[in-house]
Design a protein around this ligand. Structure first.
Ligand code: KG4
Ligand code: ZN
Length: 349
C-alpha cells in the first residue's frame, strides 16, 4: 500500500494505569486526544495492581475511543491506520489496547502497527510547535525506565546509559510511599518538597563519582528510609527529606545529561517520560542548557506522562514508512529499545 502524508492514525495507549486514545492526521496534526487515569483506584493499594489495571482498561477504552472520535468529528471509516502501544508494560494491560487496536484495524481493512511505549515518550516533544531538529539526546525518565538515548532520526536510537536498578519515577514512587505521602509518588513528593529545605539533610548523588552514563537510584531510597527512621519526629522532616531527595535525583540527572551532551557533542537535549513533568527538573535542565549553550525541549506536562497522542504520532511515522503488523496481536512486556528498526529498514515486522 502506498502511504501518503495526509493519513489519519488512531493511537491507543494502555501499558500501565492510564488509558489514552488520540487521532493524529498528517495534514491537520493532533485532532483529539482523551485520557483516563486509574491512579485513584490504585492509590488504595499504594501502587498499580496489574489485574485491576487490565480490567479497568477493558471498561474504559471503547467509551474513550468514541469520545475521541466525536471530539475530532471523525468517523471510524476515515481512519487510515491504527497504532497501539505493544510494550514494554504490564502484559494484561497491553493486551487490552493491542486486541482492540488490532481488531479495529482488521474490521476497517487498514494496517495496524505495534508501537514501542518508550519511542512514544521519546517522540512526544515533536508534537509541540517548537519541535527540536534531529539529531538530539533524549533523557527518558518514566516509572519503568531511566535512559539517555542518542537520537539521529526517528527509529535511529543508540542507548547511551540506563539504570541498573530502580527507574527515576520508581524511586519517586517508593520514596513517597516510605514518607507516607501516597500514590502516585512523583507529583505528591514534588508537592511536599516545595515546603522543605533541600539542604537540611545530606543525600548522595549516585554514580556521579565515576565516569559513565549509567544510573542507580535504589541506594537513594535506602538512604531516605534511614533518614526517615531517625528524624520522622522532627518538625518539617517529611518536607525536608522530600526536598533533599528530589534535589539529589535532579542533580544526578543533570550531571549525567551534561556528560551525555559532551560525549555526543550534541546541541539539543529532549526530556520525556513521567518524571519530565517535574517542574524542578525542567527548570534546572533549562538553566543548565542555557549555561552550556544547548537547547532543551519538553513535551507539555500532560504529554510527559502516558498518553495516546505519543502513540498515534509514533505510529503515524512508522506507518508512513511502510511498517505494519501482520494480523496477530502483538504485545511484549519486555522490549529492548535497541531492537527497534530504523525507518530505512522498516518493513512488515
Ligand atoms: O511515563 P509514565 O507516565 O509511565 C511510565 O511509562 O512509567 O511515568 C510515570 C512516572 C511515575 O513513577 C510518577 O511518579 C512519575 O512518572 N512522575 C513524576 C511526576 N509526575 C509523574 N515524578 C516526579 N515529579 C513529577 N511531577
Ligand atoms: Zn510511560
Amino acid at each position: 500500500m502506498q502511504w501518503l502524508k495526509n493519513v489519519r492514525v488512531l493511537g491507543i495507549e494502555s501499558s500501565c494505569d492510564e488509558t489514552g486514545v488520540a487521532i493524529y492526521d498528517g495534514d491537520l496534526g493532533l485532532m483529539s486526544h482523551a485520557l483516563y487515569s486509574q491512579a485513584h483506584i490504585h492509590a488504595e493499594y499504594g501502587g498499580v495492581v496489574p489485574e485491576i489495571a487490565s480490567r479497568d482498561h477493558v471498561r474504559i477504552l471503547l467509551p474513550l475511543l468514541d469520545e475521541c472520535l466525536e471530539t475530532a468529528d471523525c468517523s471510524k471509516s476515515e481512519l487510515d491506520g491504527v497504532a497501539y502501544a505493544a510494550g514494554p508494560g504490564l502484559i494484561g494491560a497491553l493486551l487490552v489496547g493491542a486486541s482492540v487496536g488490532r481488531s479495529i484495524a482488521a474490521s476497517l481493512g487498514v494496517p495496524a502497527v505495534a508501537v514501542h511505549h518508550m519511542e512514544g515518550h521519546l517522540l512526544a516533544p515533536l508534537l509541540e510547535a517548537d519541535a527540536p531538529d534531529f539529531p538530539f539526546v533524549a533523557l527518558l525518565v518514566s516509572g519503568g525506565h531511566t535512559m539517555l538515548v542518542e537520537v539521529r532520526s526517528i527509529g535511529a536510537y543508540r542507548v547511551l546509559g540506563e539504570t541498573r536498578d530502580d527507574a527515576a519515577g520508581e524511586a519517586f514512587d517508593k520514596t513517597a510511599k516510605l514518607l507516607g505521602l501516597g500514590y502516585p509518588g512523583g507529583p505528591v513528593l514534588a508537592n511536599a518538597a516545595r515546603g522543605g529545605d533541600p539542604h537540611k539533610f545530606k543525600f548522595p548523588r549516585p554514580m556521579t563519582d565515576r565516569p559513565g552514563l549509567e544510573f542507580s537510584f535504589s541506594g537513594l531510597k535506602t538512604h531516605t528510609r534511614k533518614l526517615w527512621r531517625e528524624h520522622a519526629q522532627e518538625e518539617n522532616a517529611q518536607a525536608d527529606i522530600a526536598a533533599g531527595f528530589q534535589q539529589a535525583v535532579v542533580d544526578t540527572l543533570v550531571i549525567k545529561c551534561r556528560r551525555a551532551m559532551q560525549q555526543t557533542r550534541s546541541g539539543h537535549l529532549v526530556i520525556a517520560g513521567g518524571v519530565g513533568a517535574n517542574i524542578h527538573l525542567r527548570e534546572t535542565l533549562s538553566r543548565t542548557g542555557r549555561k552550556h549553550g544547548w537547547g532543551v525541549s519538553y513535551p507539555r506536562i500532560e504529554f510527559c506522562t502516558d498518553n495516546g497522542a505519543m502513540i498515534a504520532f509514533a505510529g503515524y511515522h512508522r506507518l508512513l514508512a511502510g511498517q505494519h503488523e501482520p494480523e496477530i496481536i502483538h504485545a511484549r512486556p519486555r522490549w529492548p529499545m535497541n531492537e527497534l528498526s530504523t525507518m530505512e529498514t522498516a518493513g512488515e515486522s
